[in-house]
Design a protein around this ligand. Structure first.
Ligand code: ARG
Ligand code: ASP
Length: 726
């Protein structure tokens, strides 16, 4: 009887593939048992939902951390060793690097605990438990309330929920809305602030293929780095101290030397940032036709300027490597996303779904898509101007981003007086010094000229601050935006470290006076003021309505498509996604196999190249096939592999886990044809890219010689059953 019910359920679940496709979804760990366990086991998983997430015993979740709040990491030894991506550890690796002692370029393998390098500001967060608090959070709300009324009721409820917890230091309660605000979940978290750099391959390996290969398969990137969590007395979280000891975790992931093959079950466990799977068609139209093209073009202009200087000057390249990668990453992603949305017919699919929805939705929910059309039409000019503003002032022109902090100095002086101002200056000075360390004013000036010109040329008059108008240029006898940029950067003290630090060294009243007269300061404050009035106020007005409507639309879809399993859009909370190792057809008559191998590195290898060089030592290891225990049955070492796991930004560094709960790799990217998966997951072409654990181990051992780290790990062979030989 039990068997019958189970197989009936299974058939039922599997018959849902038309609505939730194999691989789609980023699931909440607490619902795996109810929603996913059967399907996962049917796909080959040998462990249970309880082994993945449990509050009563140690489980896989105890080995997963939110790394710095933007990536994922996992514990791979009982001494708190953490594995994450090279690009997740990048800015920390960079901050330990100088031209003479260049950890980015040469890699780094600490030889003892003493050589593990502290990283002020870096933290990792564990999840102790997750709770559904929907009922308490939504108490006293209804669909008739205004958005403001509803939100303030919810805020009060959340405050009450939080008040019910007495928290130890470093423990925190996080409550987040799910399903566009239809449900709420609470996460009990513990944060560790002493996280040290243990090892990293050279950047030429950790970022092999750089921006050319980014978002692309076949891939040969060894995108990993190693850190370690340290704890205070009793294994509790503590601020950095040389006396802290390596942390003893509740669980650490064993690492499989057997790997996986095509068709095998895989699971990715981590902290995906944001997805928008349930948007209506007018929103997707706006992304494809208006917002993505604008953002792409803005970044295109900035990147060209950076690239030119970085190629010519090694020092600029070192300073700007991380910034360039950050800007280029989403620039490229948006290009892929727009292409993918078109080629996967995302809009047509939305139209079909919306038609079906309109026919079957309950009466009160029927006209939602129509209302969306109006609202998205109304918000469009503001949404576009908002993207222009933020891309220009806070993503690409570096000095304007700094002025936000400078502005805080001024308001602190004016509102709280001299003493607090002085204290803030003290706090900001190291921060500013850090900024100038990697800053090239002439380069930024060029970006300023290009982007302000583009802003003015692209947007309506109502969005343009006085300082960027023709009249302003005319009054100061400036011919164009190059002239404006030159005027701004030579008359402002901000672009030059000595000048600005000298201003901060003056008496508060005088310093604030000088800051307020600074031409870049007046430009920024006037632009920001205009933004608040003319862009963000109307934007927020429509966005609040869109958000409320999206909540109803989500609810409407759940009421209408009753037998569909809905997963909540990603929101930087802990999720599990699962699928299979699987190749795909990127285009007609072409099939990509799911694995790449070290020989492929040699095919791409270009000595001396900015993206495709690798250390001689690696070339030698490959030429002599010095693979040790890390080769697979083909006699070579797999580098990367792909699967149907549904991942997004934030999943970088997430462990790829096999059917038995062992680590088989490290998630770091997605394939080009599937970058639209945040909006329209399509299991036929959406693939995540993982570095194979055996390539990671091979590099740690054979390239880095860091056998002390290998000795700490637990290497297993779940398939061949052989004990790992060390
Ligand atoms: N595309 C990957 C992600 O979104 C990797 C980015 C880092 N690599 C780079 N070349 N920018 O994070
Ligand atoms: N590379 C991404 C990250 O850093 C992962 C992705 O977007 O697929 O999280």
């Amino acid at each position: 009887m039990r068997y019958f019910i189970q197989s009936f359920l299974l058939v039922f679940l599997l018959s849902q593939t038309s609505t939730v496709k194999a691989g789609e979804g980023m699931w909440l760990p607490i619902f795996l048992k109810a929603l996913n366990e059967q399907e996962m086991q049917h796909m080959g998983m040998k462990i249970s939902a309880e082994d993945i997430y449990s509050v009563n015993k140690s489980s896989l979740k105890d080995a997963i951390v939110h790394f710095g709040g933007f990536c994922t990491g996992e514990i791979i030894s009982d001494q708190g060793l953490i594995l994450t991506n090279h690009h997740c550890g990048y800015s920390n690796i960079q901050s330990h690097s100088t031209i003479e002692n260049n950890l980015l370029k040469d890699g780094y393998w600490s030889q003892s605990f003493d050589e593990e390098l502290p990283n002020p500001g870096l933290f990792v967060t564990f999840i102790e438990s997750i709770e559904d608090v929907t009922k308490k959070a939504l108490l006293g709300t209804n669909d008739q309330m205004s958005a403001v009324e509803r939100q303030s009721t919810i805020d009060k409820n959340l405050e009450n929920i939080r008040a019910g917890y007495r928290l130890a230091e470093f423990h925190e309660i996080i409550i987040r809305p799910f399903y566009n605000g239809n449900q709420y979940f609470l996460f009990h978290t513990v944060k560790y602030n002493d996280v040290r750099l243990v090892g990293t391959p050279p950047e030429s390996i950790g970022k092999f293929g750089a921006d050319t290969d980014n978002w692309v398969f076949p891939r040969h990137t060894g995108d990993f780095s190693l850190f370690r969590v340290y704890a205070g007395p009793n294994n509790e979280p503590a601020a950095y101290s040389p006396d802290n000891k390596p942390f003893t975790p509740k669980h650490s992931l064993p690492i499989s030397l057997d790997g996986v093959e095509e068709g095998d079950f895989t699971m990715v466990f981590g902290f995906p940032g944001r997805t928008n799977q349930y948007l209506p068609s007018p929103a997707v139209e706006q992304i494809i036709n208006t917002l993505n093209p604008a953002k792409i073009e803005i970044r295109d202009k900035a990147l060209k300027i950076l690239d030119k200087r970085m190629r010519a000057e090694p020092e600029v390249r070192l300073k700007y490597a991380s910034k360039f990668a950050r800007v280029a990453n989403y620039w490229k992603k948006w290009i892929g996303e727009s292409q993918g949305l078109k080629s996967s017919n995302a809009l047509k699919k939305k139209y079909t779904l919306e038609k079906e929805y309109a026919q079957n939705a309950p009466k009160d929910f029927k006209n939602i898509v129509q209302e969306f059309k109006t609202l998205y039409g109304e918000i469009e000019p503001y949404a576009l101007a908002r993207d222009f503003y933020s891309e220009t002032t806070s993503r690409n022109i570096e000095i304007l981003r700094q002025i936000r902090n400078i502005q805080r100095l001024v308001t602190t002086y004016e509102e709280n007086g001299e003493e607090e101002y002085k204290a803030l200056v003290e706090r900001y000075i190291p921060y500013f010094e850090n900024f100038y360390k990697d800053y090239e004013p002439e380069l930024d000036q060029e970006v300023f000229a290009a982007l302000t010109a583009f802003y003015v040329e692209s947007l309506d008059k109502e969005f343009i601050p006085e300082e960027l108008t023709r009249e302003f240029l005319f009054m100061r006898a400036l011919r164009d935006f190059n002239g404006l940029a030159k005027y701004m950067y030579s008359n402002s003290t901000f672009p030059t470290e000595e000048k600005f630090i000298a201003v901060l060294g003056k008496e508060p009243a005088e310093a604030v006076e000088l800051i307020k007269k600074d031409p870049l300061y007046t430009l920024y404050t006037s632009w920001n003021g205009l933004y608040t009035k003319a862009i963000s106020a109307p934007y927020n007005h429509y966005k609040t309505q869109i958000d409320s409507l999206q909540r109803l639309y989500m609810k409407g879809q759940m009421l209408t498509f009753k037998d569909k399993r809905f997963w909540p859009d990603a929101n930087s909370t802990m999720r599990v996604t699962y699928g299979k190792v699987n190749g795909y057809n990127p285009r007609d008559a072409v099939r990509y196999l799911p694995f790449s191998y070290v020989e492929g590195i040699m095919e791409k290898y270009v000595p001396g190249d900015y993206e495709f060089d690798v250390p001689k030592k690696l070339v030698k290891l490959i030429e002599t096939k010095n693979y040790g225990q890390y080769a697979d049955e083909t006699g070579s070492v797999p580098v990367c592999f792909i699967g149907t796991n549904h991942t997004t930004g934030g999943n970088s560094g997430s462990p790829a886990i096999d059917a038995y709960g062992n680590l088989i790799g490290l998630n770091f990217d997605r394939v080009w044809e599937g970058t639209m998966s945040d909006i329209n997951y399509d299991s036929s072409i959406c693939r995540n890219i993982m570095v194979d654990a055996r390539y990671v181990l091979f590099l740690v051992d054979k390239l880095g010689g860091a056998t002390r780290l290998i000795d700490e790990m637990k290497l297993v062979r779940p398939k061949t059953g052989l004990r790992s030989k060390k």
